[in-house]
Write a protein that binds this ligand. Sequence first.
Ligand code: CUA
Length: 332
Amino acid sequence: MAGNVDALYIFLLIVSGLMTLLIFTAVVYFAARYRARKGVLAEQIDGSTPLELTWTIIPFGVFLVIFLWGAVVFFKGRTPPRDSAEVYVVAKQWMWKLEHSEGQREINELHVPVGRDVKLIMTSQDVIHSFYVPAFRMKQDVLPGRYTMAWFHATKPGTYHLFCAEYCGTQHSGMVGDIVVMEPAQYQAWMNGGTSGPLSATGEKTFSELGCATCHRSDGQGRGPNLQGVFGHPVQLQDGRTVTADENYIRECIIDPGSKRVKGFAPIMPTFQGLVSEEQLNALIAYVKSLSASGSGVENSSAASVVPIAATGASKKAEASDKASDKGSKVQ
Ligand code: CUA
């Protein structure tokens, strides 16, 4: 993105520079040419349609170019490509906590391989911070109580500064870190250096520890919605709205279950506000995500396992096929 942002910025500088030059040349020339002289009176001229059209149409065209170009760069910079590597970021006074979806945890340091799209799913556990990597021309506010996203694709190995760019208290200026971009082989070696297992596995553990699994059963017979294949898909709500099950939606469901209740389910889920840390929330979301990881395959197999229950009541058979589909999604 850095090249795109720079090109647009240089274009703006050139356009502004040329306009400034044009205006000042005209000011100086007219000041000399039409200076006050004894006995000479100014002649009044009323309007000129060609002139007015010229200075309306040309700037309009230039501004339209700036707008379209800016919009393209903006949307590109805001839209993480599919199948980016995911890193969860938790900001706090005054440090950055980063967790790879593979399970590696880091503080004030983020190791990434060169040439890979990396999506950051960021939140704050206290005040507003801002994740700023000047070398990547990337800056995104990090807010408490919700997720904001950013992404980058590092093209050169090296170590790049990470700053907090939103005044967040006494040691705001010390809230800095490094993005370490490594060659793929080097990165693989770094990745192999010990982990507590994938984030989704931590999330699965949390899911059963908090008792979520008692209601959100994968056989569709629980008191809460079955979460298989939910992530990334539209969800029908009790109040008639439809929302997409993204990170922010899952988060809201855990913190404030009443606000966007799924159609056909009773308002019985308690809030987990204050009971789960930001790290646990991230793990839970990674887990819910992993339930949709194999895409349409999971949907099909879970749909297939629901039908026999309704039709024949052969729950043992259904359980068996459910376990099989669980296995299938884990392997993938
Ligand atoms: Cu965090 Cu400034």
